[in-house]
Design a protein around this ligand. Structure first.
Ligand SMILES: Cc1cc2ncn([C@H]3O[C@H](COP(=O)(O)O)[C@@H](O)[C@H]3O)c2cc1C
Ligand SMILES: O=C(O)c1cccnc1
Length: 357
């Protein structure tokens, strides 16, 4: 199983800088001052390179909202009980979650994945994927959250999801998650990967008060202590297994495989960024295939995006997860490629460039 991870990691190619020059050249000759479409120009260039110089396109798009439970919930790290994970998946299946409203609004395909929810299978539904790998994780404050084997299985589930999307002709993938308690493993991963104090990162998640946040910090400190040997190994796979979650490792696999299949990935907020951080530690080239949709209202997010040299597109005060930020960013990507593809050049528009006078 480790071999397939190595294979995916090695098959991610750097973007061709000659193509980036070509895209910049085109953008410079469109009927606008150079660089005046700012980040849209970067996005169009990135997509042009990912798609190897084809006319860039964003659609069709899909968001995978991956659900799983977390043993650490028994340590009192969330305002919500574990059963909310299941109930929210039930709400998604009735088209009633935040992610449903936004994917419907923006015409994005949604797939909800049970990767590790406690309990039995969910009701059948055309956009539900029943891929349960385990009944949640173990409590990371007491030992590793996952065995390396379970973590590899989750990575492989992520590979399969990216492959299925690719086979369906999807060009852009978004990440989403649902798992009560998952800001705790996310914060633990960020602390371990970037040597940051959990007190500097931990926030309210689903709604903890300041006392609750302090308790969460102490639980994360304990998780870092009991999993010190994995952290000291510096091996991102061991760290992800020890401190992560099933949905997080699935999203890590999805990001890696999507990059190797040359798909653009829109990474949602704080929690999805923890999956991205693991992918980035395993293969820094994923940076070139990903866009971070927004900076989460979870206060640690701005701090870790700095550590990853990433620049989220939006700041909307979102702190929901589920893929909602990714959904909101997708129309912006469409606008960026439409400007690239559809604007006239100075010459075709009959506009005289100052330097030609
Ligand atoms: C009703 C409800 C819907 C959600 N949808 C996403 N999350 C978000 O909050 C959870 C993480 O926060 P914490 O670590 O504090 O539990 C995750 O499930 C995340 O997706 C929700 C949380 C709740 C309560
Ligand atoms: O930004 C997120 O992903 C987030 C933050 C808090 C709670 N749930 C999700």
């Amino acid at each position: 199983m480790k071999d397939s991870l190595q294979k995916v990691i090695q098959s991610i190619a750097p973007l061709n800088q000659e193509l980036a020059k070509k895209a910049r050249h085109r953008l410079d000759y469109l009927a606008k001052p150079r660089g005046s479409l700012g980040r849209f120009e970067d996005i169009a260039t990135q997509i042009f390179c990912i798609q190897e110089g084809q006319k860039p396109c964003v659609d069709p798009t899909r968001i995978y909202t991956v659900a799983a439970d977390h043993g650490v919930i028994e340590s009192g790290v969330s305002v919500s009980p574990q059963v909310i994970t299941r109930q929210m998946v039930g709400a998604f299946l009735q088209n009633g979650g935040g992610i449903n409203a936004l994917t419907n609004s923006y015409n994005i395909d949604l797939k909800v994945v049970d990767a590790g929810c406690v309990g039995g299978p969910f009701e059948d539904c055309p956009f539900m994927l029943q891929r349960k790998l385990a009944q949640g994780t173990a409590n990371l404050a007491k030992g590793p959250a996952m065995s390396e084997e379970l973590c590899l299985k989750a990575l492989q589930l992520g590979f399969a999801l990216a492959e299925e999307a690719h086979a369906d002709g999807i060009k852009t993938l978004g990440t989403g998650e649902m798992g009560v308690g998952n800001t705790t493993p996310s914060t633990a991963l960020f602390s371990a990967f970037f040597q940051l104090d959990p007190a500097y990162l931990a926030g309210p998640g689903g709604g903890l008060d300041s006392e609750g946040i302090q308790h969460k910090v102490s639980v994360i400190r304990e998780a870092l202590r009991v999993n010190a040997s994995a952290i000291e190994s510096g091996d991102p796979l061991r760290i992800l297994a020890a401190l992560g979650g099933i949905e997080l490792a699935t999203l890590t696999g999805l990001i890696l495989r999507a990059a190797s299949l040359r798909m653009l990935v829109v990474v949602d907020g704080y929690i999805s960024s923890a999956a991205y951080a693991a992918a980035w530690k395993l293969q820094p080239l994923v940076h070139d295939y990903c866009v971070l949709s927004h900076v989460s209202a979870e206060p640690g997010h701005a701090r870790v995006v700095d550590a990853m040299d990433a620049a989220p597109l939006l700041n909307l005060g979102f702190r929901l997860g589920e893929g909602t930020g990714a959904a909101v960013a997708i129309p912006l990507l469409r606008g960026a490629v439409d400007a690239f593809n559809n604007m006239l050049s100075f010459e075709n528009a009959g506009v005289i460039v100052a330097e030609d006078l």
